[in-house]
Design a protein around this ligand. Structure first.
Ligand code: HEM
Length: 396
């Protein structure tokens, strides 16, 4: 008689969320080499740090479901959003938003609007003095663009940023504390009230925005899901372009040779891709295991939650030499900053266009001598989402 011995992945009770927020990349480098499949107690999940494994998980949604009921996301959004659905249910809700993100709309509608918005923000920046580009540019620019895309121009940039952060905090509230949920409940009520107010305008005057596209569809999805998924876009469409912009600027300003060549040959898309590879704005994603399976020879039982660490995948030595360096001229390899599989970021092209085609060239055109007086002052932070906490530059 033969018995199959279960071989669970090793476990760790030393790594803390604090360490993962301060300096994740040195931890991930060690894990890729020593324990690429690791049950991390503080995170409560099996972390996968190799590019091959993170992509495999996201590309196989039947085995690795997005529908993980253990996460606080449903509680924070007061809804079961498209991000936590699989198969046909996910496809229907994603498809409802899709026309707003089409290439035609990006070119004819969002590109001109975003260019005008960028011009206003860049014109308002002070010349010749130290200015932190996080609160003055990156945050409000992302919020302002997003409210146009979504069809909720009535919201203030400050409200958009607050709602986004409150939803993120609620969705990440794994301690199930009351206070973050009280804040997300209040934000949900504010957003619902605003959406109710603007829907009649979209019904009488259909337009390419996300909200209008969904309410005017031939077979609209339920209103509660329309509202829930607009909130997903609010929670997921501000931090990432904000952090990506600051990260790319930091990468370029601390590598003047690359910046010079980038400007000379207008290589902004290459700078964008390298920036999001280097420090992925969304560092991790979770998936629920639906059947007993194995990864790298370890048993992964049904009901386990795996965490794909795309931040680590993007630094995998199998794909990248000196992955810790910002090098926009490194050989091209597909990165995973926008995810993979059916939940691949719906805002990818719009984010690329708003930063690589519009904001980056405009900033360096207006301020060709922009400089970062003290790079050591810039602190990157975050485990789930990551980016610089400030970017004090002199614009000239
Ligand atoms: C540099 C900017 C951005 C990055 C790096 C980024 C990254 C990501 C990633 C990694 C995911 C997949 C999460 C998972 O697999 O669980 C995602 C999903 C998503 N993103 Fe983005 N994102 C960015 C900008 C945006 C923008 C501007 C929008 C605009 C609304 C947006 C809308 C969405 C939506 C709706 C989803 C959910 C898609 C689905 O579940 O089918 N993203 N994003």
């Amino acid at each position: 008689m033969t018995t199959t011995l279960a071989k669970l992945a090793p476990s760790d009770d030393t790594i803390t969320i604090r360490q993962l927020s301060d300096d994740p990349y040195s931890i991930y480098r060690r894990l890729r080499a020593e324990a690429p499949v690791l049950r991390v107690k503080s995170v409560g999940r099996t972390m996968l740090t190799k590019a091959e494994d993170t992509k495999y998980v996201k590309d196989n949604p039947e085995l690795f479901s997005s529908n993980d009921p253990q996460t606080p996301m449903e509680r924070a959004f007061l809804a079961h959003t498209l991000m936590r659905k699989d198969g046909a249910a996910h496809k229907a809700e994603r498809g409802a938003m899709a026309p707003a993100f089409s290439g035609k709309n990006i070119k004819n509608c969002w590109q001109p609007i975003y260019t005008r918005i960028a011009e206003e923000f860049v014109a308002a920046l002070p010349r010749g003095e130290i200015v932190d580009l996080y609160p003055t540019l990156a945050g409000p620019f992302a919020a302002h663009c997003l409210k146009h895309l979504l069809g909720i121009e009535e919201a203030s940039d400050a409200d958009m940023q607050r709602w986004s952060q409150v939803l993120i905090d609620g969705a990440g509230n794994f301690g199930w504390d009351d206070a973050p949920f009280a804040r997300s409940d209040a934000a949900n009520a504010e957003m619902d009230a605003l959406f109710e107010r603007v829907v009649p305008r979209h019904l009488t005057d259909p337009n390419p925005t996300v909200l209008s596209t969904m309410v005017n569809a031939e077979h609209p999805i339920a209103k509660s899901q329309i509202f829930a998924n607009v909130k997903i876009a609010i929670g997921g469409g501000i931090n990432e372009p904000r952090d990506a912009l600051l990260t790319i600027l930091y990468g370029l300003l601390t590598n003047p040779d690359q910046l010079a060549e980038c400007r000379e040959n207008a290589l902004w898309t290459a700078a964008f891709e390298e920036g999001v590879r280097w420090v992925a704005p969304i560092q991790v994603s979770a998936r629920l295991v639906t059947e007993d399976t194995q990864i790298r020879g370890y048993d992964i039982p049904r009901g386990e939650t795996v965490m794909t660490v795309q931040a680590s995948a993007n630094h995998d030595e199998d794909l990248y030499e000196h992955p810790e360096r910002f090098d926009m001229f490194r050989p091209k390899r597909p990165h995973q900053a926008f995810g993979n599989g059916p939940h691949f970021c719906q805002g990818t092209h719009i984010a690329r266009r708003m930063l690589a085609d519009i904001m980056l060239p405009m900033l360096f055109d207006r301020f060709p001598n922009m400089r970062l007086p003290d790079p050591a002052q810039v602190r990157f932070y975050g485990f789930g989402f990551r980016g610089p906490l400030q970017l004090p530059v002199i614009l000239d």
